[in-house]
Design a protein around this ligand. Structure first.
Ligand code: URA
Ligand code: ZN
Length: 382
C-alpha cells in the first residue's frame, strides 16, 4: 500500500529574484540590511512589506528564499509535498510592463525550483509543486494576463496561481477579470486566494498591539470581503468549474454565511443576480486548514457540507459530501517561526493537532485533510 502523504498547500517563498527586487527598492515593500549593532543572534536582513510594519520590519533570512531550507523544514515536520506560492505582496507595487516581465521570469524560476526537487520514489511525485502568479496590476492588458495564465498552464510543476484581492485595481468582482477567470477555469488551474492589505487600520485603535490585529483579524477579513464580493458578482455562477482555495480557512466567510444569505434575500437587486442561496457557494470553494483549532475546523467543514441543501434545484439536495473533503493542511511557512529554541514550529504542530482532534471526523477524513484532498485537487494522484 502507498504511504499516506502529508501535503502543505499554504507555504511561501520569496524567490531569489524577487528578494533581489525588494533589496533594490527604496520604498516599501523592501528588504533592508539589519541595523548595525542588531541584537538578533544571527545578523539578518529585515522585511518591510506593510506600510506600518511594527518595529522596523521582520527579520528575514534564508528560510524565506532557500529551497534547501524549505526541504529541511518539510523534513523536520514530516511534510512530504509542498505546493509553494510566492508570498505577499506579489507584484502589486510594480508598473504594468515591469510586472508582466518579472511575472514570466518568476514563474519560470518557480518551475525550476519545483522540477529539480527530489522525487518521492514509490509514489512518482516530486516534493515540490507551485502556484505561479499573474501580473495583476492596474493598467495591465487582458492579453498579458491571458498569456500569463497560458504560461502557467504549460509549466508542468505549476498547478495553479496565487492571487491577492485587488485584481487589476478594482477587486475581484471586476468584470474586466471575466476572461481571466474563464481561462483559469479552462486550464483547470487552482486559484489560491491570499490576503495582504487587511482592513482599514483605523479599526485597530491607538493601543500598540503589534502584528496581532492586522494578522489575526485584518488578513482573514480581507479574504472574507473579497470572496463575498466575488460571489455577489456572480463569478461562481458564470464559471462553475473555477476552483478557488481560500487562505486561513476562508476567514469569517463560513461563520457569516447564513447572515449573508439573509441579507441577500432582503435585497431584491442582489438576490436577482444570483442563481443560488449564498450558502451553496460556500460549498463550492476549497479551504486551507490554517485555523489552529479543531472546533474551528469542524465548524468550517459543517458549513461547507450543508451546501447542497441550498442548491436552487431541489433535485440536487441530499448528495451532501463531508465538508472536510474541501479542506487541506497548510503551515504558512516561513511566517510565524518559533520565538525560542523549539525544534518543531508551534504553528505547524498546532495545525496538525487541530486536524487530528476534530471530534466529528473519521481517521479517513483526517487523512484526507492532511494530504489526500490536496493530491486530488492538484491532480497528483497516480
Ligand atoms: N502570513 C503571510 O502569508 N504573509 C504575511 O505577511 C504574514 C503572515
Ligand atoms: Zn500565507
Amino acid at each position: 500500500m502507498l504511504k499516506k502523504l502529508l501535503v502543505d498547500v499554504h507555504t511561501h517563498v520569496y524567490l531569489p529574484r524577487y528578494a533581489d527586487l525588494l533589496r533594490s527598492r527604496s520604498a516599501v515593500p523592501r528588504i533592508i540590511p539589519a541595523a548595525a549593532g542588531s541584537t538578533d543572534s544571527k545578523p539578518s536582513e529585515r522585511l518591510l512589506i506593510l506600510d506600518h510594519e511594527p518595529s522596523g520590519g521582520r527579520p528575514v533570512g534564508p528560510q524565506y528564499w532557500s529551497r534547501d531550507e524549505k526541504l529541511g523544514f518539510m523534513d523536520k515536520h514530516g511534510i512530504d509535498v509542498s505546493i509553494v506560492s510566492s508570498a505577499n505582496p506579489w507584484l502589486d507595487f510594480l508598473p504594468a510592463p515591469d510586472a508582466s516581465d518579472i511575472a514570466i521570469k518568476l514563474n519560470d524560476d518557480l518551475e525550476e525550483y519545483c522540477s529539480s526537487s527530489p522525487i518521492i520514489s514509490d509514489q512518482h511525485i516530486k516534493r515540490l509543486y507551485g502556484f505561479g502568479m499573474l501580473p495583476l496590476v492596474p493598467g495591465i492588458s487582458t492579453s498579458a494576463l491571458l498569456d500569463s495564465v497560458q504560461q502557467i498552464s504549460l509549466l508542468p510543476h505549476l498547478k495553479g496561481l496565487i492571487m491577492g484581492t485587488r485584481g487589476v485595481g478594482k477587486g475581484l468582482d471586476d468584470e474586466a477579470l471575466d476572461p481571466v477567470w474563464e481561462a483559469i477555469e479552462k486550464e483547470k488551474l487552482v486559484v489560491f486566494l491570499h490576503p495582504h492589505y487587511g482592513v482599514d487600520s483605523n479599526a485597530w485603535g491607538e493601543k500598540e498591539n503589534g502584528h496581532v490585529l492586522p494578522l489575526a483579524l485584518g488578513f482573514p477579513f480581507e479574504t472574507t470581503v473579497a470572496t463575498t464580493r466575488l460571489i455577489l458578482a456572480g463569478v461562481l455562477d458564470k464559471f462553475p468549474d473555477l476552483r478557488l482555495l481560500l487562505a486561513h480557512s476562508g476567514g469569517a466567510l463560513t461563520q457569516l454565511s447564513s447572515r449573508l444569505a439573509s441579507c441577500i434575500h432582503h435585497d431584491p437587486l442582489v438576490a436577482s443576480r444570483l442563481k443560488h442561496d449564498a450558502r451553496y457557494y460556500i460549498g463550492r470553494l476549497y479551504y486551507d486548514a490554517v485555523s489552529y483549532g479543531s472546533e474551528e475546523l469542524q465548524f468550517v467543514a459543517d458549513a461547507i457540507g450543508r451546501s447542497d441543501k441550498y442548491h436552487s434545484s431541489s433535485a440536487d439536495a441530499g448528495c451532501i459530501l463531508p465538508g472536510s473533503q474541501r479542506m487541506m493542511f497548510g503551515t504558512d511557512h516561513p511566517f510565524f517561526p518559533p520565538l525560542s529554541g523549539e525544534i518543531k514550529w508551534r504553528s505547524v504542530v498546532e495545525n496538525l493537532e487541530a486536524i487530528q482532534t476534530v471530534s466529528g471526523w473519521s481517521q479517513e477524513q483526517k487523512d484526507g485533510v492532511e494530504g489526500g484532498n490536496a493530491l486530488k485537487l492538484f491532480n497528483l494522484v497516480q
